[in-house]
Ligand binder design. Structure first.
Ligand code: SF4
Length: 389
């Protein structure tokens, strides 16, 4: 498979995620579990996979909200509201059940509404919010064991240590390949635009991991074959401004597409639907459930996780410097409490470190994003001005 064929499959999966899901279902006869995801998806996907189930990401969509308005407050974020809208319209009918990792209040409320509205089993996974307590590892291991029991009963398959270890290895390998693509993008941003990278990550939550691995392999082989893995390839044109992205997700896709159109080069990200998602490396110490707990507890800092040992701003400043970015774009979904609570601290710390910051409030839905292009252009000029002294 070559690069174009791989990208075509990736775009196809993003445009019609249910097609590969239905194909997997009819091929395997297995059950599908919708993972209602956001920042980053604190979902025990390895466990779901080891139970013989197919985990499929649910990230909302660009649809108008009507049915969900009767069930959720209008000031809930669009990720929660459009996910519920799609569920109420029956779009997720191939899903036999749903997993809700509690990443924020909006999703916690959503899971309760979902349980009452959608006649399918719902599994809740309560990830700790504060990860520096001594008891947290024991708690998480027990929580994983509890969810494992529920998934086993649902699928009718036991999750043995050997099966779980196999799933962990598969997921680790998948994330390693995504990180490798990220490294190539940091050196050569033209290799994958912001939209392409978002599609690569998004499609990985819809397709079976085994299939997505093949697509990543094709992209990596193309990079290798065309010499794009070398250092310093594809420098920044004078007028372009190098940025790092953080926040929830650069959606809708029209916003992500604007970045390069306006004149930014995206060198990497720290997004929920991005590198936060594939930063995990689950250890291999012999007890797979404990390894899962240890791996998840090492998630990098984000707005939905409190880890006093590693401040998010310090981690972002380090990454900005490591990739040579000139500014930071924060994508916050409208009404996203975790991101908006974090923003003043991030802005202060980053600007003190000399990193210009732009907050972009986005919303999933069918409309055109309002003033975003103008704000991006103004920010671009500010950074260029700073560059020129
Ligand atoms: S956008 Fe924010 S509020 Fe909405 S689900 Fe994601 S983390 Fe929660």
């Amino acid at each position: 498979m070559n690069r174009n064929e791989a990208l075509e499959k990736i775009t196809g999966a993003v445009r019609n995620p249910l097609k590969p899901v239905e194909a997997w279902k009819s091929r395997s006869g297995g059950k599908v579990v919708g993972v209602v995801s956001c920042m980053p998806p604190f979902a025990p996907e390895e466990l779901i996979h080891a139970a013989g189930l197919l985990p499929v990401g649910i990230w909302g969509g660009d649809v108008p909200v009507s049915l969900a308005d009767a069930k959720m407050q209008s000031f809930a974020c669009s990720v929660a509201r459009t996910s519920l809208e799609l569920a109420l319209k029956g779009v997720f009918s191939p899903c036999d059940g749903f997993v809700f990792p509690f990443c924020c209040d909006a999703f916690q409320n959503l899971s309760e509404v979902w349980k009452l509205s959608i006649d399918r089993p719902c599994f809740q996974f309560v990830f700790p919010k504060k990860v520096d307590r001594g008891s947290v590892r024991t708690y998480l291991e027990k929580e994983l064991l509890r969810v494992q029991g529920e998934l086993e009963a649902f699928s009718g398959q036991a999750v043995t240590a050997a099966k779980l270890r196999e799933s962990i290895r598969l997921y680790n390998e998948h994330r390693r390949r995504l990180r490798k693509l990220d490294e190539i993008r940091a050196r050569d941003p033209g290799f994958l635009t912001a939209v392409r990278m978002m599609e690569v990550v998004l499609s990985s939550t819809f397709l079976p991991k085994e299939e997505h691995l093949v697509l990543l392999e094709a992209l990596l082989a193309d990079a290798e074959g065309s010499g794009r893995t070398g250092k310093g390839r594809g420098g920044t044109a004078d007028r372009q401004v190098r940025v790092l992205l953080t926040g929830v997700m650069p959606r809708p896709a029209t916003v992500a597409a604007m970045l390069e159109e306006v004149g930014f080069q995206v060198l990497g990200d720290d997004l929920g639907l991005g590198s936060l998602f594939y930063s995990l490396e689950i250890p291999d110490s012999g007890n797979p459930l404990r390894d899962l707990a240890d791996g998840y507890l090492a998630y990098p800092p984000c707005s939905t996780l409190h880890n006093p040992a590693e401040q998010r701003s310090a981690s972002l400043i380090r990454r900005v410097r490591a990739v040579g970015a000139e500014g930071l774009l924060i994508f916050a979904t409208k009404f996203c409490e975790p991101e908006f609570f974090d923003y003043p601290y991030l802005k202060e710390d980053l600007e003190q470190a000399g990193v210009p910051v732009l907050l972009l409030e986005t919303e999933l839905g069918p409309g055109e994003p309002g003033q975003i292009r103008t704000r991006l252009e103004a920010f671009l000029e500010t950074v260029r001005g700073k560059r020129n002294g």
